[in-house]
Design a protein around this ligand. Structure first.
Ligand SMILES: Cc1cc2nc3c(=O)[nH]c(=O)nc-3n(C[C@H](O)[C@H](O)[C@H](O)COP(=O)(O)OP(=O)(O)OC[C@H]3O[C@@H](n4cnc5c(N)ncnc54)[C@H](O)[C@@H]3O)c2cc1C
Length: 435
């Protein structure tokens, strides 16, 4: 048989699309292919990301426009989860804040409060003792001024794996549909003859009228095998974490440095490890498409295409002193013995009394953000990237905040599919349910 749509990748992106197609279109035959035995076991697993529903209020690297965009997709996740009887396993309320330390950062946050607070009515601007009333550890042993943009008691913590599993469960419940979820099935290559695409897997070929590949960094590999997305290369940025005994009840973020696009550690209560606070992520450049999977090193070199344009991007990054130092520091963060000492020094920006003996490297925890390199413009393409071939084939790469934006990104793909296959889309129902 020929499926209407085949989705490659059973992470949060692929499963969100499966749910949307099953509920809001009249497409009957949809197949999802995942190489592992479990849904969302790579970057979308809670151990590998920061479990944060990004709403734009504490992420100081976002412009107001980007923040509002992210806020609206985050709201879709909240609306969806609220419709489930067991939402407490997916989404929970946690206090959250971003703190500025020292005059420059404090002034920056005061300015940001003026611009952002009209759009975030629950946001409060608090300082020193007011912050200590919420998170005492922030002020213990601290002399300098701190300011925080704080939002109390809002949905901000997500178990993205449970969310992905619920998308699949809900898709199976859609009436009159053939939802075929093939676990433990690895895609080898994709080819096209006429208007039919053939997805070749280790368990045989699967034909489809539309294919969406949401396979993390591997999406670029499959696109390039077919001659698409040659204008991109990839910079995989791995993130490691450190555990400490429960010091924080809230998610506490720090102000991002403009020159370091994926930096700034934060502290989060961990949904998978109650009674622990998780600090991180670090930002380590690693030549692999999937963390702790050494077999993906040769695959990375296939998408790297190290030519003069890619080298120019690397050189531009290295020229900036702050980035150079940060890259070196992040290598040291992985080296036993010195890493705890170095990382504890950074954590002291958040918790001045943090002790090295309490900080433990979280082994085998943390995924990879596949950051795209835009070869044409010789710069990093931060955020999501999508290659739409216009021929019924889409390839998605989704670094942070890709998990938060799963339903927003899924809606974009749904609209592409509806336009290409000319099928029915119940937009009114989607608006009513999720927006
Ligand atoms: C350290 C870190 C912290 C982060 N924190 C946050 C956060 O707090 N909030 C947030 O919103 N986002 C966060 N992100 C980003 C978020 O984790 C990702 O955007 C999101 O998980 C991407 O989902 P995905 O489904 O696109 O990819 P993945 O979750 O990586 O899923 C891809 C799937 O494709 C499958 N696959 C790959 N190749 C094949 C193949 N050949 N055949 C079949 N299947 C295949 C994989 O097995 C995998 O299941 C973080 C990321 C990192 C690394």
């Amino acid at each position: 048989m020929t499926y209407d749509v085949v989705i490659v990748g059973g992470g949060i992106s692929g499963t969100a699309l499966l749910y949307l197609l099953s509920h809001y279109t009249d497409l009957k035959n949809i197949c999802l292919i995942e190489k592992y035995a479990d849904i969302a076991s790579v970057n979308s697993h809670g151990k590998n990301n920061s479990q944060t529903l990004h709403c734009g209020d504490i992420e100081t690297n976002y412009t107001l426009e980007k923040a509002l965009q992210v806020q609206s997709t985050a709201n879709m996740v909240v609306r969806y989860s609220q419709s489930l009887p067991d939402m407490q396993h997916i989404l929970s309320k946690t206090d959250k804040m971003v703190i500025g330390v020292g005059k420059k950062e404090c002034d920056f946050l005061r300015d940001r409060f003026t611009t952002f607070s009209p759009h975030y009515p629950s946001m409060k601007l608090l300082q020193n003792e007011e912050l200590a009333a919420i998170e005492p550890a922030l002020m213990l042993g601290r002399e300098e001024e701190i300011v925080g943009l704080v939002t109390l008691d809002e949905y901000s913590t997500v178990n993205f794996q449970n969310l992905a599993v619920s998308f699949v469960d809900q898709a199976h419940k859609a009436e009159g549909k053939n939802i075929d979820v093939r676990m433990g099935t690895k895609v080898k290559k994709i080819s096209t003859v006429g208007t039919t695409h053939t997805v070749s897997t280790d368990k045989g070929d699967i034909d489809a009228r539309f294919v969406v590949v949401s396979a993390g960094g591997h999406s670029l590999l499959y696109a390039q095998q077919m001659g698409y997305g040659m204008e991109y290369s990839c910079l995989p940025v791995a993130g490691s974490f450190y555990y400490a005994p429960e010091i924080l009840k809230a998610k506490v973020y720090t102000v991002q440095d403009d020159k370091l696009p994926f930096a700034a550690i934060h502290g989060d209560p961990d949904v998978l490890e109650p009674n622990k606070t998780r600090f991180g992520p670090t930002a380590l450049i690693l030549p692999m498409l999937e963390r702790y999977n050494w077999k993906t090193i040769p695959e990375y070199f296939k998408v790297l295409h190290l030519d003069s344009k890619v080298l120019a991007v690397f050189l531009d990054l290295f020229k900036v002193k702050e980035i150079r130092h940060y890259m070196i520091k992040n290598i040291l963060f992985e080296i036993p013995i010195i890493r705890r000492w170095l990382f504890t020094r950074d954590v002291r920006k958040l918790i001045p009394t943090a002790k090295m003996k309490d900080m433990h490297f979280a082994s085998k925890i943390g995924g990879i953000r596949p950051v795209m390199i835009d070869k044409k413009n010789r710069k990093l393409h931060l955020g999501e990237a999508s290659i739409d071939t216009g021929k019924g084939l889409v390839f998605n790469m989704t670094p942070s905040p890709g998990a938060t934006s799963c339903l927003g990104n899924g809606e974009k793909d749904l609209r592409r599919i509806v336009a290409h296959l000319q099928c029915r889309f119940d937009e009114e129902a989607l608006l009513k349910d999720l927006k």
